[in-house]
Design a protein around this ligand. Sequence first.
Ligand code: ZN
Length: 294
Amino acid sequence: MLKIGNAIIHQVEESVQPSFVPKLLFPDSSDEALAEHLSWMAPLHYDLAQEKFRTSVRSFLVKTGRHNVLIDCCGGNHKNRPYFPRFHQREHDWLDRLAATGVAPEDIDFVMCTHLHADHVGWNTVLQDGRWKPTFPNAKYIMHRAEMDRWNPAHPQHQFYPHNEFTWEDSILPVVEAGQAVAVDDGYKLDDTLTLLPAPGHTLAHCAIHLHSHDNRAVFSGDVMHVPLQVYYPLWGTSLDDDPQLGVRSRLHLLESCAESQTLLLPTHFIPENGCFITRRGDGFAVKWNDGAD
Ligand SMILES: [Zn+2]
């Protein structure tokens, strides 16, 4: 549990496992760069036997004092993701982990997604009597308008992407049909505490969610970075990004703003639950893990 000003943050983790082969994730990466950082990356962030980065899939629950806000929704259960074994037909105990924070699905007031990939919207819905229903019956689901348009097959801006197939139908459309989806634009603010700001590249309308309370700051950066090694090599393009060069610009902007304003960085896929701060290191940046819980 973390306290940022008046806001309380719980992490609700779905899974941690080896996931990405460095050269496939970062075509520009080198063995030398990996070797230089292996001593702190292994074994938590890097699996030596499988030669893969280890990553988490998690949600953040933010209690703003007025509302319970869930940020990003992992992969979910029973979803058909034949292209993505980590998320295909899973049975996770994520709902029990949410309950352990003292919050039931009925208590969630808002769901905010950094973007609408399969590993960020899974718990938007649950399978009930053979149909997908919103998991959080009293919540408004806040989504960026351009991100929604991109994934909506009925919209002129729609773009097919094989690695996100079925996501609209099972995790977004049921929320829209229930009247619980709210399309918003850059700068959307919730409770004077959370602000949705553009951080494009991974998807073109990907957002970072900034938390500001009593002069304390944190940022839920979604997939601007997937692994902490990117703090040291922000210029590496990512094969997972729609626009890798735009992703580089968003990453540099995020790192610079975190370093300058002492902002706690909370990426969706980094493993340490308390996140990290960013410090300057020569011309670049370094990670300082956050060891103090509250
Ligand atoms: Zn992701």
